[in-house]
Design a binder for this molecule. Structure first.
Ligand code: UDP
Ligand code: MG
Length: 331
């Protein structure tokens, strides 16, 4: 097993959820691309609880052809968990995640690999265009990437989905992030490393229909926002400060009117409004402060590593190797 695993150079990870309509074309194109690659490749299909014939087809394929592997999840766990399961099982030096529906063309893999060989550890595939997707989906996706870019300090690249290549060392680091609500592209961006991009035109789904209905998209967006930004938590503090500030200003104004015996002053009403809005503001402020602590707890429970090491030099030299080298320098 160990000797065998070292020989695999490329791992393709492909989540599959009821994709029987695209499988024949996908398998044909994968076969062509995999045979052109310059090293042994495996394709890992993660069956995310499909209820159509995808399971049967992929199981049979994995039995027949040693390049193909099959992981069947016990139910539908969602796209992000499915790709995590596939990456956990990957044995290659470079791991490529792609959709099953051919919206991520397998031929782009060769460009990703070329960039990897130039020394990049992460190669994103960026969408230049999105064909065959509804105006609503394109608009919400556009907004989502821009908003997330603003909210997050991590530098999550825009218009990049989960189609990317990562080096083995990036995967090893990623596997140290056990968080439950996974937004994999954010987690990979968080890791750092040398990153590059390949641009491609995203085609229409080859067959079948999207497995990402609105509620799944919203869930992904919420996971992204909560996992990679604490802006929502800080918002309460700013709202609180603004409301309390305005209440104080208004209070001052009311006192001025009262001192100048202005006849416009409605007694009883103004003071009530001042007190109510001030208390409201203080309340929000306090919620925000509690939020800051909750944010700390959230960061702790995610159990991300504190840092990720990219290279270590000079640590693993044996005694025998170091001694002569020191002599050589001294002489
Ligand atoms: N997918 C999955 N589990 C899900 C939803 C989707 O494994 O719960 C897979 C799906 O089979 C496809 C990929 O994730 O390979 C992307 O899904 P889809 O093409 O439906 O998303 P879209 O391109 O419409 O955003
Ligand atoms: Mg798709």
């Amino acid at each position: 097993m160990a000797a065998h695993s070292r020989s695999i150079r490329y791992s393709l990870v492909i989540p599959v959820f009821n994709e029987e309509a695209v499988l024949p074309v996908l398998l044909r194109r994968l076969d062509q691309v995999m045979s052109r690659l310059d090293g042994p490749a495996e394709a890992i299909f993660v069956d995310d609880g499909s209820s159509d014939s995808s399971s049967i087809v992929l199981r049979a394929l994995a039995v027949r052809d040693t390049r193909f592997r099959y992981i069947g999840l016990s139910r539908n766990f969602g796209h992000q968990i499915a790709i995590t399961a596939g990456m956990d099982a990957a044995q290659g030096d470079a791991i490529i995640v792609m959709d099953a529906d051919l919206q991520d063309p397998p031929e782009v893999i060769e460009q990703l690999i070329a960039k990897w060989k130039e020394g990049n550890d992460i190669v994103h595939a960026r969408r230049l265009s999105r064909e065959g997707e509804s105006r609503f989906k394109r608009a919400t996706a556009h907004l989502f990437y821009r908003l997330l870019g603003r909210m997050s300090s991590v530098g999550i690249p825009a218009d990049v989905g989960d189609f990317r290549l990562i080096d083995r060392k990036v995967l090893d680091a990623l596997r140290q992030m056990p968080e439950q609500d996974r937004f994999v592209r954010g987690m990979i961006a968080w890791l750092g490393f040398r990153q590059a991009e390949v641009a491609f035109h995203r085609l229409e789904r080859a067959a079948g229909e999207t497995k990402y209905p609105l509620f799944k998209m919203v869930r992904l967006a919420v996971n992204a926002a909560l996992g990679f930004s604490d802006l929502p938590l800080r918002l309460a503090i700013w709202c609180g400060l603004t409301v309390s500030g305005l209440a104080l200003l208004y209070g001052g104004w009311v006192v001025l009117l009262w001192l100048s015996k202005d006849s416009h002053l409605v007694t009883g009403w103004s003071s009530t409004i001042v007190v109510v809005s001030l208390l409201c503001g203080i309340n929000m402020l306090m919620t925000g402060i509690v939020g800051l602590y909750v944010g700390r707890i959230h960061a702790e429970v995610k159990r991300r590593p504190l840092y990720v090491v990219q290279a270590r030099i000079g640590f693993d030299r044996g005694e025998a190797a170091t001694t002569p080298a020191i002599h050589a320098v001294n002489e």
